[in-house]
Design a protein around this ligand. Structure first.
Ligand SMILES: Nc1ncnc2c1ncn2[C@@H]1O[C@H](COP(=O)(O)OP(=O)(O)OP(=O)(O)O)[C@@H](O)[C@H]1O
Ligand SMILES: [Mg+2]
Length: 184
């Protein structure tokens, strides 16, 4: 079965080499939750669905307190060892008794074979990269595009007599957001 179908997200195969599973994008117009135990593949599925949505031209806004989703930018159509090498885990290479370059070569070959097995061509991966503008905002850090969240703590330019309810709403919203941040 064809994996590139308008309005469908290709989220994998029923089994290795089996039929592709295509999810109707229109089923995702409200809320969705991915449940699963640790290591069961929640993040992988989430990244997969976001990549497919982007490929289909749906803009995405990703809020990522855990910091997993930046990996979507590691988009390497040809998966060459040189491209993967800077992202290899030095500890893993050490544990396996190989150099980082050897590990990159092995993982690049595995990645190319896995992608080919799933029918994902270098052109499909390049299409995602070429048609998407990625931007990472990093409040509290200048690694990405810095974002000033404290600016919104400025007192609103409103008169308490006329706008007490609006100002109370503003205070409540800010205080609960700050308390929520503390929970992250
Ligand atoms: N569909 C899949 N088929 C094979 N391996 C997978 C699949 N999905 C994820 N994995 C592998 O399983 C491991 C855990 O996946 P992932 O990080 O997505 O799990 P998680 O549920 O988000 O875990 P956590 O609860 O720790 O955040 C990774 O090594 C990933 O490559
Ligand atoms: Mg996860």
């Amino acid at each position: 079965m064809e994996i590139n179908k308008k309005g469908r997200l290709y989220i994998g195969r029923e089994s290795e080499g089996g039929e592709p599973v295509l999810l109707k994008a229109s089923t995702l117009t409200t809320h969705g939750v991915i449940f699963g135990m640790t290591g069961s593949g929640k993040t992988g599925l989430g990244v997969n669905m976001l990549e497919e949505a982007l490929l289909g031209g749906t803009p995405t806004l990703i809020l990522d307190p855990k910091g997993d989703m930046g990996n979507i930018l590691l988009n390497f159509p040809d998966s060459t060892p040189d491209e993967l090498e800077p992202w290899m885990d030095e500890g893993k290479a050490k544990r396996k008794g190989v150099t980082v370059a050897d590990l990159a070569a092995k993982e690049a070959a595995e990645r190319r074979a896995d992608l080919a097995g799933d029918g994902i061509t270098p052109e499909r991966i390049a299409a995602l990269r070429d048609n998407t503008e990625f931007k990472i905002y990093t409040p509290g850090s200048s690694i990405g595009v810095p974002m000033n969240v404290l600016g919104s703590l400025k007192a609103p330019d409103l008169d308490w007599q006329d706008s007490a309810e609006t100002i109370r709403d503003e205070i409540e919203g800010l205080v609960s957001s700050i308390l929520d941040l503390h929970d992250c």
